[in-house]
Ligand binder design. Structure first.
Ligand code: NAG
Ligand code: NAG
Ligand code: NAG
Ligand code: NAG
Ligand code: NAG
Ligand code: NAG
Ligand code: NAG
Length: 516
């Protein structure tokens, strides 16, 4: 039997369910003021597989330069692109025949656990042409040599099933006698001996029992970029001043929770051609709507994208844009209603444009010593004004597609959300887009950087100042990658697994698949 949450078409229904931590960002009284709660709901997987079980299923590795800068931050070439590439290949099972026949095939794996397929619906073709006419390159595979251009995305979908890491990696290890999984159990503290060696964890079960779990070799934390810093701080690892305010004795004074990064997102909607045919019925085993992804730069001498844009090709009368706008992004109903109007009898293109390398930094802190309390998350979006100004340039660059033959032929129009706070500003001007971006800014849910390599962790993912404690999740990223963060998270897992194997050789296991 297939669990409903493994059906790819249902991704937008997973937030605010029992699979979500339901975290909310702090209202900064500046950004996101056109949202119902004037803050952002930070969807976060509370389920086996974490983010891979609730995300939008994009397989994007990022750009060569991203990993080279990690290597510099970690002062260890282990993290350079050249050295991480084999681990990407190891985890992947690409199932796209065209890509496997292409010259980009050498960048891909075919025997990993993670099944990958590719967008191939013909509705996308005329849009690719339009973006090309607007001056963009069309790239067959952004995970290969070129990271800039418009492309048909790769999905973590195979055999009609969402490839969560629970399904792919845990699933294949189900039979192992040395693997024990406790569900609905919250780790509340990392335990140490008097010499600062991590010796285990304290955990609380759903029915309130407190368990002490001891480790023979080491403790590995993979709670994600919001919960990992919370757990570290509850265990005395974090900024001294903050821990003292919380009455937590300091075990290691480290900048845990700082350096929070996220890909800030702004949605632009386009009314496209009048529809002539009723839409095809939705296949629950497929990505629900055709998609093109663009990776672009304003500064043409950059090799990693400055912005990324998801272009959803939406059939007429679809409720998907409204659902994404209200439920997933949390924008005010009065704005989102314009999407329902715009889609009447017309197909639409919905652009999710997001900044790749923000200068702004946010912070995760504790609200109290209570491990059941959610962390306080201040995203810091646009705290560096340069990010907002850059965003305006990205939006203006992106909407140039309006001047292409196809967009002109169908009489394309940009949907005006009639944002109160932007009244009186000239539509399309820099001031207009600035106001638009500031008030409607949302999140790509790509939280990262809160226990970074080189600052909180050494280059082998070990927490500084203590022993036998490692972090293996996106907290470890010194800087965000260009693109979605699921594939990089899996990479960090693969790297961690390899480091652990090297540190604790276990020659008597027969079935371990050593790489290289
Ligand atoms: C998140 O909210 C949903 C719906 O309100 C609820 O069912 C779920 O239990 C919540 N998750 C947590 C961790 O509280
Ligand atoms: C936002 O404004 C409210 C009401 O004035 C205030 O209580 C809150 O502290 C402010 N938030 C921040 C982050 O400054
Ligand atoms: C810390 O301890 C002091 C003194 O016991 C108390 O007044 C204060 O409320 C505590 N702070 C927190 C955040 O628990
Ligand atoms: C979409 O457009 C077609 C043709 O104009 C129309 O027949 C149909 O009712 C519209 N809506 C849906 C949901 O198909
Ligand atoms: C453009 O990018 C190059 C390469 O990263 C950089 O050296 C240069 O300063 C950038 N130019 C501007 C105007 O930002
Ligand atoms: C955001 O989260 C809050 C608290 O969990 C919830 O009440 C609200 O409905 C959510 N907002 C949206 C737009 O889903
Ligand atoms: C379309 O081209 C005209 C003429 O070059 C220009 O003024 C206008 O700003 C362009 N439109 C967009 C949306 O870029």
């Amino acid at each position: 039997m297939i669990l409903r949450q493994l059906l790819p078409a249902l991704f937008s229904f997973l937030p605010h369910t029992k699979y979500d931590w339901n975290f909310t960002s702090v209202n900064d009284n500046y950004t996101a003021q056109s949202h119902t709660i004037k803050a952002l709901n930070l969807t976060c997987g509370r389920v086996l597989g974490g983010g891979s079980s609730v995300n939008y299923m994009m397989y994007v590795r990022g750009c060569r330069g991203d990993y080279d800068s990690w290597a510099r931050a970690a002062q260890d070439d282990t993290w350079s692109y050249q050295n991480v590439l084999p681990y990407f290949i190891k985890s992947e099972r690409l199932e796209d025949p065209a890509l496997l026949k292409s010259s980009a095939a050498i960048f891909h794996g075919t025997s990993g656990f993670l099944g990958i397929t590719r967008e191939n619906r013909q509705e996308t073709f005329k849009y690719l042409d339009a973006f090309q006419e607007a001056g963009n390159k069309i790239v067959f595979d952004v995970n290969g040599r070129n990271s800039i251009g418009y492309t048909l995305p790769l999905f973590t979908i195979a055999d009609g099933i969402r490839q969560t890491t629970a399904y792919t990696n845990l699933g294949v290890n189900k039979g192992r006698t040395n693997l024990h999984v406790l569900k609905n159990t919250l780790v509340s503290e990392i335990l140490f001996d008097k010499d600062n060696n991590a010796i285990g964890v304290k955990a609380i079960t759903a029915d309130g029992r407190v368990l002490t779990l001891l480790a023979r070799k080491e403790v590995i934390i993979s709670a994600g970029a919001l919960n990992t810093p919370k757990l570290l701080m509850l265990s005395g690892i974090g900024p001294k001043q903050h821990l003292q305010t919380m009455n937590i004795s300091v075990r290691s004074d480290l900048p845990v929770g700082t350096n929070l990064q996220d890909h800030a997102l702004v949605v632009v909607a386009f009314k496209m051609d009048r529809s002539s045919a009723p839409p095809k019925p939705m296949n629950p085993h497929q990505y629900p709507i055709p998609l093109i992804v663009g990776y672009a730069t304003i500064n043409k001498s950059r090799s990693c994208a400055e912005y990324q844009v998801f272009n959803y090709i939406v059939p007429n009368d679809s409720e998907i844009p409204y659902q994404l706008c209200t439920f997933n992004l949390g924008l005010q109903e009065s704005l989102c209603r314009h999407l329902l109007e715009a889609g009447k009898g017309r197909n639409m293109m919905l652009g999710f444009l997001n900044i790749q390398h923000p200068k702004s930094r946010g912070r995760v802190t504790l609200r109290s010593k209570n491990s059941h309390e959610p962390p306080e998350v201040n995203l810091g979006t646009f705290s560096e004004d340069e990010d907002l100004e850059d965003f305006v340039s990205y939006l203006q660059d992106y909407v140039k597609v309006m001047n292409t033959t196809y967009f002109k032929t169908v009489g394309a129009e940009i949907v005006d959300f009639e944002i109160d706070r932007c009244k009186g500003l000239q539509f399309g001007s820099r001031q207009y887009w600035r106001c638009y971006a500031l008030n409607t800014v949302s999140t790509m849910f790509h939280y990262a950087g809160t226990a970074a390599l080189g600052a909180v962790l050494d280059s082998r993912l070990r927490v500084l100042g203590v022993q036998h404690l490692r972090v293996a999740d996106n907290s470890a990223m010194p800087t965000l990658t260009s693109g979605n963060t699921n594939a990089p998270a899996i990479l960090i897992g693969e790297m961690a697994a390899d480091m652990i194997q090297r540190d604790h050789p276990v020659h008597h296991y027969k079935n371990i698949n050593f790489f290289i």
